[in-house]
Design a protein around this ligand. Structure first.
Ligand SMILES: NC(=O)C1=CN([C@@H]2O[C@H](COP(=O)(O)OP(=O)(O)OC[C@H]3O[C@@H](n4cnc5c(N)ncnc54)[C@H](OP(=O)(O)O)[C@@H]3O)[C@@H](O)[C@H]2O)C=CC1
Ligand SMILES: O=C(O)C1=N[C@H](C(=O)O)C[C@H](O)C1
Length: 267
């Protein structure tokens, strides 16, 4: 072990994000990949990620991996069903969770914040690790102060399990928290087919598109009399998330509690 290195276990190591995270952890100076977990065991995490063998097997047992590998940080890109147990097990062992998995609720973040504080460690839940997506949310908050009618269209690959996306939920929540009246459409409108007007998050309409060919995209459309402002972000490749993941892995070493969103680490 090299002095000062941050030891990282990746759960969801065989997935689209996990494979990218494995490649990043191996390439990044000062971070050391020490374990990999998925729902099914595989011979080698490097091979699963399309690299040379790393001598690190993919395990199906998170707890065993955390106990034997003694990481500082667990990076989780799995499923909304698996993430609760993963964070609990990490925190029981004093391992800092970096959570990218979507479908995490505010109630979970609050509870995990309490567990982080009991353990004296940091953690983060980031609905989107792409810097551009964080900026999109920031610009939308600013724009909604002036244009009060907002709808969100999020577009993702057709392998995505959850809808709406975590990014769309956070975008809508932030607008609602700003205390703005963001209604759109008539109060007496009728959906002729259920879902035609999308999901309503605190009054903000969110529409989800799932198609092959897409990666991760979001448009926020703000309307005012005689004008439209569209703020759009596109993740065209999953490398877009990696600088944010690295920032989070380094960042959680320096505070106590569970952060929600990458923006505080960006400054
Ligand atoms: N915050 C962000 O910036 C981003 C978040 N995401 C989110 O990350 C998550 C993963 O996305 P993606 O990589 O596309 O998904 P994939 O379906 O490609 O990968 C899922 C991974 O999770 C593993 N897994 C599933 N269930 C379990 C379990 N019970 N225990 C351990 N591992 C499990 C799978 O293992 P196996 O192969 O063995 O089945 C696989 O390695 C999603 O929630 C997605 O929304 C995605 C992109 C960016
Ligand atoms: O599943 C994905 O791919 C993504 N999920 C996250 C979300 O739900 O917002 C982040 C990004 O949009 C990619």
């Amino acid at each position: 072990m090299t002095e000062g290195e941050i030891r990282v276990v990746v759960s969801g190591a065989t997935g689209k994000m996990g494979r990218e995270v494995i490649r990043t952890m191996v390439a990044e100076t000062g971070l050391r990949l020490v374990g990999a977990v998925a729902s099914r065991a595989r011979e080698d995490a490097g091979v699963a990620a399309g690299m040379e063998p790393l001598g690190i097997p993919v395990s199906a047992n998170l707890r065993e991996t955390l106990v034997s590998a003694e990481p500082d940080v667990l990076v989780d890109f799995t499923t909304p069903d698996a993430v609760e147990r993963h964070v609990q097990e990490a925190l029981e062992l004093g391992v800092r969770p970096v959570v990218g998995t979507s479908g995490v609720t505010r109630e979970q973040v609050q509870r995990w914040d309490g567990l982080c504080r009991e353990r004296g460690v940091g953690g983060i839940v980031a609905p989107n690790f792409a810097v551009g997506a964080v900026l999109m949310m920031r610009f939308v908050r600013e724009a909604a102060r002036y244009l009060h009618h907002v709808e969100i269209i999020e577009m993702h690959h057709d392998g995505k399990l959850d809808a709406p996306s975590g990014t769309a939920v956070k975008t809508a929540e932030e607008l609602v928290e700003a205390g703005l009246d963001l209604s759109s459409g008539r109060p007496d409108e009728r959906e002729l087919f259920p879902g035609a007007r999308g999901a309503a998050i605190g009054g903000v309409r969110v529409h989800s598109v799932r198609l092959p060919g897409l990666v991760a995209h979001q448009e926020v459309i703000l309307g005012g009399p005689g004008q439209i402002l569209t703020v759009r972000h596109d993740s065209l490749d999953r490398v877009s998330f990696m600088p944010g993941v690295v920032l989070a892995v380094r960042g959680v070493m320096g505070y106590v509690g569970m952060m929600y969103g990458l923006e505080q680490l960006l400054g």
